[in-house]
Structures are given as C-alpha cells and as structure tokens.
Design a binder for this molecule. Structure first.
Ligand SMILES: Cc1ncc(COP(=O)(O)O)c(C=O)c1O
Length: 451
C-alpha cells in the first residue's frame, strides 16, 4: 500500500500573514519609474488606478503583512490547499525521487489567481471603488477577479486576449456567471484597442496590449481602478501563501525540498511558492529553485534585465525586470497565461542575484508531460502548469540517472478543464513549436526605453 497521499492543513492553520521576500533580498528591488518623467514613481502617481492599501504593499520592505480578516474568510472557501505526493507519477517514471505538488487548482476559479484577486477586491472595496478594469490571458485571472469581486460587490470589466477569447470561450461564460463583462482585446472600447485593430484587424492580442486597454479604461473613469493579476510586488506578496503553506505541510512530515519548481508567466505563482524557500537559500540552505517558461516567450532565459514598460502602449510605470521588449508579440501558444514580455521585478531580482535559475520548454513537450500527469495523478493540468510538471519530470529522471533520492516540490498552478480545446489540438498533433530566432528578440529589445 502507498503512504499518505495528501498532506492537509486545517483551516486553523491557514497562515495569518503574507511573507514579503523584499525584506530579505540581499539587493533591493529597483523602484518603478514614472513613464513620463522616468523618475521614481511615488504613491501619487499610482493613486489614480490603485487603492492606497495596495500601493503601500507595493513599496514596503516589512517582513510580514497581516492578512485582513475578510480576506481570510474568503480564503477559507478553498484554503489551505492540499499538498499531494505524486505516487502515480513517481511510479510511472521509476524514479527514487519523491515528488510533491501544491494543488492550487482547487480554488473556485481553478488556479492560484484568487489568492491575490480576493485581496485586491477587498482593498479596493475598502476604499470605495465601485468598478475594476483588468486584462486576462488564458482567462484564469479574469475569472478569479470576477469571482473575488462578486464576493465584495464590485463590477468588473475584463479585456481578454483575442487568441484566448477564441480558443477558450467557456472562461468567458464563467466570468459572466460571476457578473463580469468580458470583451476580446484588442477591443473597440479604448483608443489603444481601436488603433491596434486599425493597424491589423486580425490582431491576436497580447497581455501587454490588454493591459494598455484596462489601464486606459481605469484612468479614464473616476469610479474605476485597475487590477493586475501578476508581475507587481503586491501580487507576488499575496501569492506567498502558497509557499508558506507548502513549507508547513512538508515540515509536518519532516521533509524539505531539494528542488522547488513553478511555471512563470508574469512570475506570481512561481514567486509565491519560491519566496519562503529563497529566503532559506539566502540564509545558506541548499535548495535549487527553478522558474519554467515557454521557449516561444523566453523572458528569463533570453530576455534582458532592464527598465521597460509593462504594456504595449507605454502607459504603465517602468519596471526593472527581465523583458523581451514591450513591443514583443509572442506566438499564439496555448499556455496563454505565459505569453507576457516581462517578469515580476521580484522574480527578476531573484534571478539577477543568482537565487533562482530558469528553464524553457516547447509546448509539445509540456503537453506530453501534462498528459502523463493526468494519466497518473488524475488531474488535467492547465497548459501553464504543464511547464512546471515537465521540469519536475526531468528533475525526477535526473535523480533516477544519478541514483539519488531527491525531494521535488512543484506548484500545480491550475487545472485545465477549460483548456480542452488546447488538449484536443495536442492530441490531434496540430500543435506547433515556435522557434524564436535571436534576430526577433534583438529587434524587440532594441525598442527598450533609454533610462
Ligand atoms: C494556471 C496558470 N498558471 C500560471 C499562470 C502564469 O501567471 P504567473 O506567472 O503570474 O503565475 C497563469 C496565468 O494566467 C495561469 O492561469
């Protein structure tokens, strides 16, 4: 008989504070710059689109931040999430490694995104905001914010990247069920969207473009704020709950990971699971922390660490991050949530300070890993999460080759039940792996702002 499959925490054990890695990073995260003056952006620059509660978290270096009671109440709908031992996957690989995965797919929206969505909805509501505008790639963030805002009585306008809007119509229905309005981006609702459509009526959209539309919407209406599902410091801080619970769960069975893995689009789920372990690494612990991205959007592995805009229309503050250039249009791969030109400044700082490393995989290899995971562990993973699974499998096979019994922890950031059209394409051998020529990356990077 196999041993304990699920390592569970009780609701009483739900962490009451978020952890902020900015307290412990050897070198500080560079401040955001105003897009016009290129001087450090202060609270007044961010106030038109963010609530003060979140602006404070964006700049604080406090070690911990108390999680408000109403957010804890919302978290208790699905948190603490289970940590699973992947016995089925280990057996299929014949590896001596122990593989654990944190199951963030059990949230109402099916991913880690509600961890920050409920916090953002709470702080906006506390400051009287009636409406939020946001972008979404795969639809995971849009549905998470729609869910969270329904709890806190806020209206939501979602700009969904066209290619995902077409590939994943069911996410739109989910957002609508929670009361949000969802349009394809580029849309006719904003100047940025109209200009993009005029230049190319078949524009597949990108996260960078959808962000521009949502920021323009929020900046143009007094009753509306903007909400971002990744990248920013406060988002990574909210996601630290993933790593804090995981550490507690592993400690309860006297385990500590040799390897910690997460997929990285804007860096929030990776930053969230990684943060408490990176802190240990800073204090001398030997732990290998790996961010995994698509080869077709290789931000950490081939991008430049520089100040860049978070969006195509150059409206957001400049962030110091690994970037492929704000004008980079990633190919229409099926892990829509990983199609972003930039990376969270916190994750970029970890990379720059050699606290983590990064890997990139093509989508056919990750879908193959996702199918093996579904067959052995039962859960059909989100295409984004299959990147983490592929790296965990490779680490487990390396352990087998070396005859080492490693402990591998990865984050299952979401399930793929709304991504069945992508699995259909994979199973029908219709998925294309996009090689990204150096010339294309160099072209996009050339347009980086001069600071
Ligand atoms: C399931 C899932 N995992 C990962 C990501 C990537 O985002 P991040 O890098 O911010 O975690 C997304 C983004 O939409 C997602 O939906």
């Amino acid at each position: 008989m196999i041993g304990q499959r699920k390592i569970l925490l009780s609701e009483r054990d739900l962490p009451k504070k978020w952890y902020n890695i900015m307290h412990d990073l050897p070198k500080p995260v560079a401040p955001p710059l105003h897009p016009g003056t290129k001087q450090p952006a202060g609270p007044d620059d961010l106030k038109p689109i963010f609530p003060m509660g979140l602006i404070e978290q964006e700049v604080t270096t406090s070690e911990y931040i108390d999680i408000p009671e109403e957010v804890l109440d919302a978290y208790s709908l699905w948190r603490p999430t289970p940590l699973h031992r992947a016995y089925g996957l280990e057996k299929a690989l014949g590896t001596p490694a122990k593989i654990y995965y944190k199951n963030e797919s059990v949230s109402p929206a099916g991913s880690h995104k509600p961890n920050t969505a409920v916090a953002q909805a709470y702080y906006n509501r506390r400051e009287g905001v009636k409406r939020l505008a946001t972008e979404t790639g795969a639809g995971q963030w849009g549905s998470a914010l729609a869910f969270a805002s329904s709890l806190f009585g806020i209206e939501v306008q979602v700009y969904m990247v066209r290619v995902s809007y077409d590939q994943k119509p069911y996410r739109k229905f989910l957002m609508q069920s929670w009361g949000a309005d969802c349009v394809a981006s580029p849309s006719n609702l904003t100047n940025t969207g109209r200009a993009a459509l005029q230049a190319n009526p078949d524009n597949p959209g990108s996260l960078g473009l959808a962000i521009s539309e949502a920021v323009e919407d929020a900046a143009g209406r007094a009753d509306t704020n903007y909400a971002l599902g990744s990248v920013l410091n406060h988002v990574v801080i909210h996601q630290s709950i993933i790593g804090m619970e995981s550490k507690q769960q592993l400690a309860s069975i006297n385990e500590y990971p040799d390897v910690v893995i997460g997929c990285a689009g804007g860096g929030s789920n990776f930053g969230g699971i990684a943060a408490p372990f990176v802190r240990d690494k800073i204090s001398g612990k030997n732990v290998d922390v790996i961010a995994v991205e698509p080869s077709s959007c290789p931000t950490l592995t081939r991008g430049k660490f520089a100040y860049d805009f978070g969006d195509v229309a150059m409206m957001t503050p400049l962030l110091k991050m690994h970037t492929l250039g704000h004008g980079f249009m990633p190919p229409s791969i099926h892990a829509g949530g990983l199609r972003y030109h930039g990376m969270a400044p916190i994750v970029s700082a970890m990379m720059d300070q050699n606290l983590i490393r990064a890997l990139a995989y093509h989508q056919n290899a990750t879908f193959e890993a996702g199918i093996l995971f579904a067959k052995t562990e039962g859960i059909l993973p989100a295409p984004e999460s299959t990147h983490a699974i592929k790296a965990a499998i490779d680490e487990a096979l390396k352990a087998k080759q070396e005859g080492k019994s490693k402990v591998i922890l990865f984050n299952l950031s979401g399930h793929g039940m709304f991504d069945l059209a992508s699995y259909d394409k994979y199973l029908q051998k219709q998925l294309v792996d996009h090689e990204m020529p150096d010339s294309e990356i160099q072209k996009a990077i050339k347009e980086l702002p001069v600071i």
